[in-house]
Design a protein around this ligand. Structure first.
Ligand code: GDP
Ligand code: MN
Length: 396
C-alpha cells in the first residue's frame, strides 16, 4: 500500500527526520491561507498523488506570492495529473500540500528497499539526487552507494556514518545525516514498510539536512497489525478494479490485456496467464478465487473481471481439490444469466465432482465453450476472442 507524501513526512518526522513545515489544502483559498500560516517568502505547492515525478509534470510549483499560489492550486486541483509513473490516465489531484520553500545547497538521493536476492534491506544513496536520479543510475552506476543492513542488529550508527561519508558530506553535517538515516530505517522496520525513498534529501543553504520529498510503501500483509497505517489508505489513488476485488476478499491484479481470467490457486493462475500469452492473447487480470468457492463467490469473480472495460473474452480454469466443480459450474451459469454475458466464455473444469460440473454446464444450454485441458482452454479462448474481431483478423 502506498501513502501520500505529506503522510510519509508526518511518519518520518516522528522518527527524527527533519521535514519542512507544511499544511494540507483542498481549495485555492485554503492553499493561500496555509501559506500565510507558514513563515518565509516562498512556498511550494505540491499535488498529493501516489506518484513520483510530479515536478516534471507541473505538480510541484515554487510560488512567491498569493496570486501564484492560488493559480498553481487552481491548475492542480481536480486535474488528472499524468506523470511517467501514473500511466496515460493519470491520477486525480484532490489534495495539495503547501510547504515553506527551502533554499537548497545539495540534493541527495536516499532510499531503503528490500533486496530479494540478499533477503535484506538495502540502503541506496547518491550524492546527486533530484529529478535526474534515473539518468544518473543509468549513466554513472558506480556513483550509487549501496549498503546492506543486517536484520539482527538493524541500522547501526557506524553504518549510517559510513554512508554519510561516502556521500561526501561535510563532517559538521554527519550527526544530522546519521539521525536521518537511522530514523528512516527505524520507521521502515517498526511500521512494516517495504520501501522508504527520499528524493531529494537536501542540504539547505543554512546547513541543515531535510527531507523535501518522501515516499513510503507498506506490506499489505502486515496492515492488520498497523491500524494507524491502514487508515492512511487512499482508495482514490488505487486501481479501482483492484479495490473492488480486494474489498471482497478476492486476490486480483489488473493487467492490460483483453482476456479475463478466473482461476483457483495462485500457481495455476500464473500458468494460465502464460498459456494465454503463448496462445497469442493478452490476459486482462490475475484472479485467484481461492479454495471452496461458492456459486456466489464465482459470480463475484465475474463481476470483478467485468469491471475492466477492456475484457472481451473470459476463461474460467478450475482444478478442484478443495473446490467443487458443481459449485463452480452453478456460479458460472448464474453469472452468465445475471450479468447477461455477451462475450465468449471458455470453461475448463477438472477435479472434484467434475462430471456433475460439466453436466450442469451442458444442461444449461448456454453457448459456453468447454475444454478438457489448459492448453485447449487457452487456445479456445484466444481463438474465440479473435473471432469477435473479423476486421483485424482480415487485415492480419
Ligand atoms: P517529485 O517530482 O514528485 O519527486 O516531487 P519532489 O517533491 O521531489 O519535487 C520535485 C523537485 O522540486 C525537487 O527535486 C526539488 O528540486 C524541487 N523542490 C521541491 N521542494 C523545493 C523547495 O522547497 N525548494 C526548492 N528550491 N526546490 C524544491
Ligand atoms: Mn521527489
Amino acid at each position: 500500500m502506498d501513502i501520500h507524501e505529506f503522510q510519509a513526512k508526518e511518519l518520518l518526522k516522528r522518527f527524527g527526520v527533519n521535514v519542512p513545515r507544511g499544511g494540507i489544502a483542498y481549495s485555492p483559498e485554503q492553499a493561500v491561507y496555509r501559506a500565510s500560516e507558514l513563515s518565509g517568502d516562498k512556498w511550494v505547492v505540491k499535488a498529493q498523488i501516489h506518484s513520483g515525478a510530479r515536478g516534471k509534470a507541473g505538480g510541484v510549483r515554487i510560488c512567491s506570492d498569493e496570486r501564484e499560489i492560488s493559480e498553481a492550486a487552481q491548475w492542480m486541483l481536480g486535474r488528472m495529473l499524468v506523470t511517467h509513473q501514473t500511466g496515460p490516465q493519470g491520477k486525480l489531484v484532490s489534495r495539495l500540500y503547501i510547504e515553506e520553500a527551502t533554499k537548497i545547497a545539495q540534493e541527495i538521493y536516499l532510499a531503503f528497499v528490500l533486496d530479494r536476492k540478499e533477503e535484506r534491506v538495502v540502503v541506496v544513496a547518491s550524492a546527486q539526487g533530484g529529478m535526474e536520479i534515473e539518468d544518473i543510475s543509468a549513466n554513472e552506476p558506480d556513483s550509487i552507494i549501496r549498503s546492506v543492513v543486517d536484520p539482527a542488529v538493524g541500522m547501526q550508527a557506524f553504518q549510517a556514518r559510513e554512508i554519510a561519508f561516502s556521500l561526501g558530506l561535510d563532517p559538521a553535517l554527519i550527526p544530522q545525516a546519521v539521525k536521518t538515516i537511522t530514523g528512516c530505517y527505524r520507521a521502515m522496520a517498526e511500521l512494516d514498510a517495504n520501501m522508504v525513498e527520499i528524493n531529494p534529501l537536501v542540504v539547505t543553504q543554512s546547513g541543515e539536512i531535510m527531507a523535501l520529498d518522501a515516499k513510503m510503501s507498506f506490506d499489505d500483509n502486515a496492515l492488520y497489525r498497523r491500524p494507524e497505517i491502514s487508515e492512511l489508505r487512499d482508495k482514490s489513488q488505487e486501481d479501482s478494479r483492484e479495490t473492488y476485488a480486494e474489498d471482497r476478499g478476492l486476490a486480483y491484479i489488473g493487467l492490460d490485456g483483453e482476456i479475463g481470467c478466473i482461476v483457483n490457486g495462485a500457481g495455476l493462475a500464473m500458468a494460465t496467464l502464460d498459456m494465454i500469452k503463448m496462445a497469442g492473447g493478452e490476459p486482462a487480470n490475475f484472479l485467484d478465487v481461492g479454495g471452496g468457492a461458492s456459486p456466489e463467490r464465482v459470480l463475484m469473480s465475474f463481476k470483478a473481471v467485468l469491471n475492466d472495460r477492456n475484457v472481451e473474452a473470459i476463461l474460467v480454469n478450475i482444478f478442484a481439490g478443495i473446490n467443487r466443480c458443481d459449485w463452480i459450474a452453478e456460479g458460472v451459469i448464474r453469472a452468465y444469466r445475471e450479468l447477461d454475458l455477451k462475450m465468449p466464455l471458455v470453461v475448463r473444469l477438472s477435479g472434484t465432482n467434475v462430471e456433475q460440473g460439466r453436466r450442469i454446464i451442458k444442461d444449461s444450454g448456454l453457448p459456453i465453450i468447454t475444454a478438457e485441458t489448459l492448453v485447449d482452454a487457452a487456445n479456445l479462448v484466444v481463438n474465440a476472442w479473435k473471432d469477435t474481431k473479423p476486421a483485424q483478423k482480415g487485415a492480419a
